[in-house]
Ligand binder design. Structure first.
Ligand SMILES: C[S@@+](CC[C@H](N)C(=O)[O-])C[C@H]1O[C@@H](n2cnc3c(N)ncnc32)[C@H](O)[C@@H]1O
Ligand code: SF4
Length: 465
């Protein structure tokens, strides 16, 4: 029943059917749904102040929530508006938030920024002047390292060659291009009409302007999607040879993302067809030489993510897979999630709350979480599994001064059935996720999630596949 499609990942329908349960994506452990509301602004200030003693390198995330039009499938935190005046005010407040947070941490000359990401919404909703002014403010506040990864999400319908050239001049060196699907019927059903020509133009312009990595986002499971149609989309995407390809599973959560109510369920491919589409996509991407990084991500073998995975230095944070070791993450803008030392923090989700907090000279904290030692040990275990598909017991023992078999006695007792099904192999010193288990890696990670076990709230998550 198993079809090997690459040395890294293989598609096993029986296994997928058996283990297709809901589960978190582990961009953090504990996951964001464990954050609590009694986490206060004072807690966040304390975490920031602690950086003065030990300033770790920084990753910065800036959330730009605005979009011109609504894509019906979208589950991101965004504000649909045609009024470009709204972004002028927003970037003024972003600057204020940055000034306030920076006043609490180490001085600028010790504030090394290794990674910057602008996400959304649609960061290119901003005018060229606004993007220039925002980047200037970031550069005034942080010391960018020479090899900083500076990335941006762009919607090709909203970007021309001049803007891509400007992004290059501003220092962006990685670009993520939303595609989803090139098929016309799908595009109509999701309210996102985007020609192949405008998409390719952005990718070409990015290459011409020195971007070192181009990512494209695709989604499988969208309304009106068929095996043949998505096969064509894949061919077209592969022909422009992006360095990375994200292949997301359409998450249908209309209770949380209201515009999804405009998607008729009868138009969405049935589980059988969806699995065929996923299988085909994995086959095509593997044939084209892409390496499976994990979760929804594929990369060319010479891309830094693939190299980091081979060298055992891949990490995972709120922005997904990354080559940068555990830096602190400062998030600016509504709904952003940050991590400072053992503290996670999330910002308020509406503009009114955001502006109100900053008018009162306070950081716009919504909720957060302070990790205890057990959380930190489990985070290391889950990171290893998600990034290396392997868990070496001695490395955790050494790092955390525990006896793995004692500390994780409950979890170890649950492993044999997964091994019998071929999801993992168990050796005396390690477990390894098999090629056919890789698509289901979060099923293995979930065993080590103490909060999930205690709350058994799996119903809230999207399906694994
Ligand atoms: C913030 S958007 C990317 C930037 C830009 N706004 C655009 O659409 O081109 C991030 C990505 O999340 C993915 N996404 C959004 N909603 C999703 C859903 N319900 N299920 C799966 N993926 C989704 C899409 O692939 C999208 O490109
Ligand atoms: S997919 Fe991108 S452009 Fe479409 S609504 Fe979501 S954030 Fe906006």
């Amino acid at each position: 029943m198993s079809t090997p499609v690459s040395p890294q990942v293989s598609f096993d329908e029986t296994l997928i059917r058996k283990y297709d349960q809901s589960g978190p994506r582990y961009t953090s452990y504990p996951t964001a749904d464990r954050f609590y509301n009694h986490f206060t602004e004072a807690d966040y200030r304390r975490a920031l102040a602690a950086r003065r003693e030990k300033p770790e390198p920084l990753s910065v995330y800036v959330h730009i929530p605005f979009c011109n039009t609504i894509c019906y499938y979208c589950a991101c935190n965004k504000i649909i508006t045609k009024d470009h005046g709204r972004s002028a005010k927003y970037i003024r407040y972003l600057a204020r938030e940055m000034d306030l947070a920076c006043s609490l941490i180490e001085p600028r000359e010790k504030r090394f920024l290794q990674q910057l990401h602008w996400g959304g919404g649609t960061p290119t909703f901003l005018s060229d002047e606004e993007m220039t002014s925002l980047m200037k403010h970031l550069k005034n506040n942080f010391s960018f390292t020479d090899d900083a990864e500076v990335s941006i999400e762009v919607d090709p319908r909203k970007v021309n060659d001049t803007t891509v050239a400007l992004l290059g001049k501003l220092g962006f060196n990685r670009i993520s291009v939303g595609v989803q699907d090139f098929n016309e019927d799908v595009q109509k059903a999701i309210n996102r009409i985007q020609s192949e020509a405008e998409t390719l133009a952005v990718i070409r312009a990015a290459r011409a302007n020195g971007f070192v990595s181009v990512n494209t986002d695709l989604i499988y499971g969208l309304p009106k999607q068929t095996l043949d149609g998505f096969s064509e989309t894949l061919d077209h995407v592969i022909s422009v040879s992006p360095d990375r390809i994200a292949l997301y599973n359409y998450a249908h959560v209309p209770h949380m993302a209201k515009p999804q109510r405009r998607i008729a369920l009868e138009d969405v491919p049935q589980p059988e067809e969806k699995l065929q589409i996923l299988s085909l996509a994995i086959q095509k991407l593997s044939d084209a030489g892409y390496v499976y990084i994990g979760m929804d991500h594929f990369a060319k073998p010479d891309d830094e993510l693939a190299k980091a995975q081979r060298e055992g230095t891949l990490h995972r944070n709120f922005q997904g897979y990354t080559t940068r070791a555990d830096c602190d993450l400062l998030a600016f803008g509504i709904s952003g999630i940050g991590k400072v030392g053992p503290t996670y923090v999330q910002s308020v989700k509406t503009l009114d709350e955001y502006y109100g907090a900053l008018d009162a000279q306070t950081l716009p904290v919504l909720r957060g979480y302070i990790l205890d030692r057990d959380d930190i040990v489990r985070r290391a275990v889950i990171q290893q599994l998600m990034c290396q598909f392997e868990l070496v017991f001695t490395s955790i023992e050494k790092q955390w001064d525990i006896v793995f078999d004692d500390y994780f006695a409950i979890e170890k007792a649950q492993l044999p059935p997964l091994a019998e099904d071929g999801l993992i192999t168990i050796a005396p010193d390690r477990i390894r996720v098999t090629d056919r288990g890789r698509l289901l890696v979060r099923t293995v990670a979930m065993l080590f999630d103490r909060h999930l076990r205690e709350a058994s709230s799996q119903g809230k998550y999207s399906k694994v596949i």
